[in-house]
Design a protein around this ligand. Structure first.
Ligand code: ADP
Length: 591
């Protein structure tokens, strides 16, 4: 599992938070829309229920008015005697009308409120003889007002709507005709619809309800005066008129009734009679179900989105690590290739070193061969000459020419000197350099060498200019060897100017800071540029056999290096060669 950085974690967390908020908001919005839609439907249902209620009441509204004009009823109310016979006629007539009109009961009250005739005169719970003066519909009608009143039947206990009308004759109001409409079929119809609808009166008493348990309960607290009035007109019989377990809320900006723990969207409308309010309740469950569905779908989508995000992230990381692995593989390959190349190079180097060693060995052998040839040549020549001089000396001795023998001996002596010179040079070549040197005066070595050469050269043969500092220049070295170096340089310069008329050698000694410099320059032929690189090699010579062995400069080079110095050569612009020798100058104080 790859590690997640804090930044990524917080990003994901805030993304999740936003996602949850969006899902919650969407669910809430679904709730608002559903509540709105259901309210619209509810309003339509309310209109429908209003219509059923209105038609139930209006259907029989004409009855009291029509019957109040019935002559039989008028007679009944005006007859003082013989009432019995008229009452029977009216009873029959009312019964027939009641059946035809499909009302519940039709009855006639006299001016005291006592029932004189009724459509149910033959039934057990006949109204005949009962006094209903306490009922508002009587009171209203006797005072000339058309009245409608909902009440539970005082005699039958059957709830109904009572409509009344005064019966008039010339003398005034004689009585009241009442039509009772049974509201139970309407309630049954509502009940069967399975919806929650009820009607409250001006006291907040539910008198019509699709739910039986809510009937004769109140949605408002009834004050004592109102309660006393209800009790006096026995509107709801013996019902307790207990308040409903109701709480009011507001949800989705709409009124919500909570009745016995169940929540309903509440819609209401003033109903057909003054003070009546029809309520239509829609279970909030319907809204909540849709809301929950929206939340579930939203959560699933969010989860899918989240998982999708995780999946993509995982995939991206896998791709990245695969890429890294590929890169690592590539690097490994390159490393391996490099390692192989390094190994190859090492092998080549070893091979090269070996070849170098072989070459050095070969070079040494070649040098040895060259040297042997040169030495053999150098030594053989004087040896042959000595042999000739010895043979001629023998002959001269035999002939008694002693003077001539003497000359031969002198020649032999000079030849042996030359031979010893050659071996001497070889000896110095072979000598090991001491580890520590004395401090010597370079100027002295130079002057000694110049003095020596001036005794060798014929007077005026070579012009030697020495730019003398006049002060000593101290270096670490060996005086004799330094002299040897300078003598060799002077000799070579003289050799290089062999065939020339004017022979000049310039010698210069300088000390610049800690550097002692000697320059020897001649006006000779100079050095062939192609030979410049090998001039210090042992046995390199351009001289004729017998004139040089090519060891002078090579030995000088070795000695100078031993002294910690350096020698280089260059051609002078016009003609001739210039040798520059540098040493580390030593101050007297350092000694
Ligand atoms: P050798 O004098 O026996 O030849 P060196 O080592 O002294 O041996 O000199 C090597 C060669 O360097 C000489 O043969 C010559 O060709 C060249 N050389 C040295 N000094 C000079 C010079 N001043 N001018 C021209 N050539 C020089």
């Amino acid at each position: 599992m790859p590690r997640i950085s804090w930044k990524t974690f917080l990003l994901w967390l805030s993304g999740l938070g936003v996602g949850i908020a969006v899902v919650y908001g969407a669910g809430y919005w679904v709730g608002v829309l559903t509540a709105r839609d259901l309210s619209l439907v509810g309003q339509e249902r309310l209109s429908l229920y209003q219509g059923t209620l209105r038609s139930a009441l209006e259907k029989h509204r004409y009855l009291p008015f029509v019957l109040s004009r019935d002559e039989g009823i008028k007679n009944l109310l005006s007859e003082d005697d013989g009432k019995e016979g008229v009452a029977t006629l009216v009873n029959r007539s009312l019964r027939a009308t009641n059946q035809k009109a499909e009302s519940d009961v039709l009855y006639v009250l006299n001016s005291d409120g006592t029932t004189l005739a009724a459509s149910n005169w033959l039934e057990e719970r006949s109204f005949v003889g009962h006094n209903y003066a306490f009922r508002p519909y009587y009171k209203d009608a006797i005072e000339g007002r058309e009245s409608g009143f909902f009440a539970v039947g005082a005699t039958t206990g059957v709830p109904g709507y009572f409509m009344s009308h005064a019966v008039l004759d010339k003398a005034g109001i004689k009585g009241v005709i009442v039509a009772k409409v049974d509201m139970r079929p309407l309630q049954k119809q509502w009940h069967n619809g399975g919806e929650h609808v009820f009607v409250t009166d001006n006291n907040g008493v539910i008198f019509l309800s699709s739910r039986d348990e809510w009937r004769y309960r109140t949605i408002l607290q009834i004050d004592n005066v109102a309660m006393a009035r209800i009790r006096s007109n026995r509107q709801f019989g013996g019902a307790d008129l207990m308040p409903l377990n109701l709480q009011l809320h507001t949800l989705f900006s709409r009124n919500v009734f909570e009745i016995d723990g169940q929540r309903y969207l509440s819609l209401k409308r003033d109903s057909v009679k003054p003070g009546w309010v029809m309520h239509f309740l829609i279970p909030l469950k319907l809204v909540e179900e849709k809301q929950q569905t929206a939340w579930i779908i939203g959560s699933v989508l969010l989860m899918l989105f989240f998982l999708g995000g995780l999946f993509l992230r995982e995939r991206r990381q896998k791709l990245r690590s695969a890429q890294r692995a590929r890169q690592a593989g590539r690097f490994q390959k390159i490393n391996k290739k490099l390692q192989l190349e390094i190994d190859e190079r090492k092998r080549t180097e070893t091979q090269l070193l070996k070849t170098q060693e072989d070459l050095v060995q070969t070079g040494k052998l070649a040098a040895l061969g060259q040297m042997s040839t040169a030495i053999a040549h150098e030594i053989n020549q004087p040896m042959a000459a000595i042999r000739t001089f010895v043979a001629s000396a023998r002959l001269l001795l035999a002939k008694g020419k002693k003077d001539s023998v003497k000359e031969s001996l002198v020649e032999i002596s000079s030849l042996t000197d030359r031979m010893s010179n050659i071996t001497g040079e070889l000896n110095s070549f072979a000598q090991k350099a001491p580890v520590e040197y004395d401090v010597v005066n370079l100027r002295e070595a130079l002057k000694n060498a110049i003095n020596l050469m001036e005794t060798v050269w014929k007077p005026g043969e070579i012009e030697l200019h020495f730019q003398d500092l006049g002060t000593p220049v101290f270096v670490k070295g060996d005086l004799l060897r330094l002299e040897q170096i300078f003598v060799n340089l002077f000799r070579n310069a003289a050799d290089a100017m062999g065939g020339q008329r004017e022979k000049k050698i310039f010698v210069c000694l300088r000390q610049i800071d800690q550097c002692a410099i000697v320059v020897v320059e001649d006006s000779g032929s100079g050095i062939d540029p192609k030979n410049l690189d090998q001039i210090f090699d042992p046995f390199f010579t351009t001289k004729e056999v017998g004139e040089g062995v090519g060891l002078g400069l090579s030995i000088s080079y070795g000695i100078i290096k031993d002294f910690g110095g350096n020698i280089r050569v260059e051609n002078v612009k016009k003609s001739g060669a210039r040798f520059v020798i540098e040493f580390a100058a030593v101050f007297k104080l350092d000694i």
